[in-house]
Design a protein around this ligand. Structure first.
Ligand code: NAI
Ligand code: A1CAB
Length: 265
């Protein structure tokens, strides 16, 4: 069983995963190490979760048997070059950067290295994450279950074909931003009609959370669930007609296409 978990790069996504594993009790904070280019973010995460601040990236590699590369994609070549000789023989490296593939990174390590490509999202911080994963051939069945357990401690996990990782990044990794935008827009509309903003956030966010839960738990088609809200001649169908008239679905599809185009750069 692997026990020390490290993060190279401690920005928004690393902080969310650290929050997820510590709050869920998956691991004790004393087993978590993080490094970052600047100290400010490390101090913030340490104050929240009482993890170890590592002296540098190499020190994370030397101390941990699960290592998250949580820097932006452009930093992968230099960070891998920096740490590759310090990693434990049996360490598992988790690549969370959008667009980074297993094959591309295997090559950078220049040896047989256990790699997991993972696409999490920030809701892992509150135990409602969605993480899609693919593993390379050097990860054993036992290790695969361990990694599944780690990500399951703060949300749902899907093991997917690596060919579909970019679309999982758009639909799972980026989509919380779309949801936040939608909640903000609903709250703006509520404020327009006189509701205090804080109440509007609660009502809008809980309604979206409940809708998502119905899709996951009833197994019903989202279209059927939508139809059930639209009373004949009622208010909801007026709103649905207005959304369709504004190209709501088309706007969402375009948003995903823009994401895929960026990944294809
Ligand atoms: N933010 C999100 O919702 C998600 C992000 N990701 C992936 O996570 C990675 C990080 O994204 P964010 O946390 O959003 O970015 P971020 O900019 O908040 O975090 C990156 C951190 O890496 C640090 N850093 C840069 N170069 C470094 C180096 N050489 N050594 C050590 N630290 C270094 C930066 O100071 C920064 O704190 C990206 O690859 C992104 O694709 C994946 C899924 C979701
Ligand atoms: O914006 C990004 O590039 C990352 C990948 C998925 C979510 N955030």
């Amino acid at each position: 069983m692997k026990s020390k978990i490290g993060f190279i790069g401690c920005g928004n996504m690393a902080k969310a995963i650290i929050g997820g594993i510590v709050t869920s009790g998956y691991t004790n904070p004393e087993n978590v190490y993080a490094s970052n280019r600047s100290m400010e973010k490390l101090i913030d995460v340490q104050q929240h979760y009482e993890i170890h601040i590592a002296e540098n990236n190499k020190s994370v590699a030397q101390n941990c048997d699960i290592v998250f590369l949580s820097v932006t994609p452009d930093m992968y070549p230099s960070v891998i070059d920096e740490i590759k000789d310090d990693l434990w023989e049996d360490a598992i490296v988790i690549l969370i950067a959008a667009g980074q593939t297993l094959a591309q990174n295997e090559e950078r390590f220049q040896r047989k290295i256990k790699l997991v490509k993972a696409m999490p999202n920030t809701p892992v911080e509150v135990g409602e994450g969605m993480t899609s994963i693919s593993l390379n051939q050097f990860v054993t069945e036992e290790e695969k279950e361990e990694i599944r357990g780690l990500f399951s401690s703060f949300g749902r996990v899907e093991i997917i074909d690596e060919n579909t990782m970019d679309i999982a990044s758009a639909v799972g990794g980026s989509s919380p931003a779309f949801g936040f935008l939608y909640i903000e827009a609903l709250a703006d509309a509520a404020v327009l009609y006189g509701m205090p903003r804080e109440k509007a956030y609660t009502i809008a966010a809980q309604s979206l959370l409940g809708s998502a839960k119905m899709v996951l738990e009833t197994g019903e088609h989202p279209g059927k669930l939508k139809d059930d809200v639209c009373s004949p001649g009622g208010t909801t169908i007026q709103s649905v007609a207005a959304l369709e008239n504004s190209g709501f679905r088309s706007a969402v599809i375009k948003a995903v296409r823009a994401n895929m185009e960026k990944l294809g750069d």
